[in-house]
Design a protein around this ligand. Structure first.
Ligand SMILES: Cc1cc2nc3c(=O)[nH]c(=O)nc-3n(C[C@H](O)[C@H](O)[C@H](O)COP(=O)(O)O)c2cc1C
Length: 201
């Protein structure tokens, strides 16, 4: 079982990374092959709306996004981990997602064959506050990202009230839930896709 983890925080060892690592630990325990991509180390331009991808499904921008397209297509589980920044995903995560428009184009514009069936996506998010709407933006973006790459939106762990580095360590039950989720997906369990309400509340 191949796991691809996209981690979008600029803060190493921060809450979303600890959460993601707990998830990946579970996957490794079950023998999954795990690759973790730290977006903060990569140079990924935002989408420049060249629309080259509508012609052949590829993006002409030569940067660190290039190898990630094939990895996204090969993964059986795609995990997206990000802090909440201004009620959305981090800029690093959003730039990466916008660049997957090239895969969206292959799927919906060019109607190319696309790996699918059984691939699953997971959203892991951390935020400082407790508002009801805290994860609405991130969930909607994740929904359409997972659809663009043809993985089902299988699970999410959304953690409120964690701000300082290490805050998430005070929530061992959350980390345990992440590890359990990683194990279940690595065992090949298919989860019922998450259906968001129109406002994703
Ligand atoms: C630029 C910036 C914007 C933020 N915006 C929000 C926000 O809108 N809502 C919130 O609850 N927390 C917000 N936070 C707090 C982070 O979401 C929180 O500290 C999170 O746990 C950080 O995860 P990390 O350690 O993985 O980066 C913001 C933090 C930063 C640096």
């Amino acid at each position: 079982m191949k796991f691809l983890a996209i981690w979008g925080s600029p803060r190493r060892g921060g809450n979303s990374e600890v959460l993601l690592d707990a998830f990946l630990q579970g996957a490794r325990q079950e023998g999954a092959e795990v690759e973790k991509i730290a977006l903060q180390k990569l140079k990924i331009s935002p989408c420049l709306e060249i629309y080259h991808c509508f012609k052949d499904g590829t993006c002409p921008i030569r940067d660190d996004m290039r190898p990630l397209y094939d990895k996204l297509l090969a993964a059986e589980v795609v995990a997206l981990a990000s802090p909440i920044f201004f009620y959305g995903l981090s800029a690093q995560a959003k730039a990466f997602i916008d660049r997957t428009q090239a895969l969206w184009a292959r799927r919906y514009q060019l109607r190319q064959d696309f790996p699918g069936a059984g691939r699953q996506g997971v959203l892991l998010c951390t935020g400082a506050t407790y508002g009801k709407l805290l994860f609405v933006g991130a969930r909607l973006t994740a929904k359409y990202f997972f659809d663009a790459i043809n993985v089902s939106y299988a699970a999410e762990i959304l953690v409120r009230g964690v701000d300082a580095k290490g805050d998430i360590l005070k929530k061992p039950e959350v980390l345990e839930a992440a590890t359990t989720l990683g194990r279940r997906l690595a065992q090949g369990e298919r989860l019922e896709p998450i259906k968001l309400s129109p406002l994703a509340v």
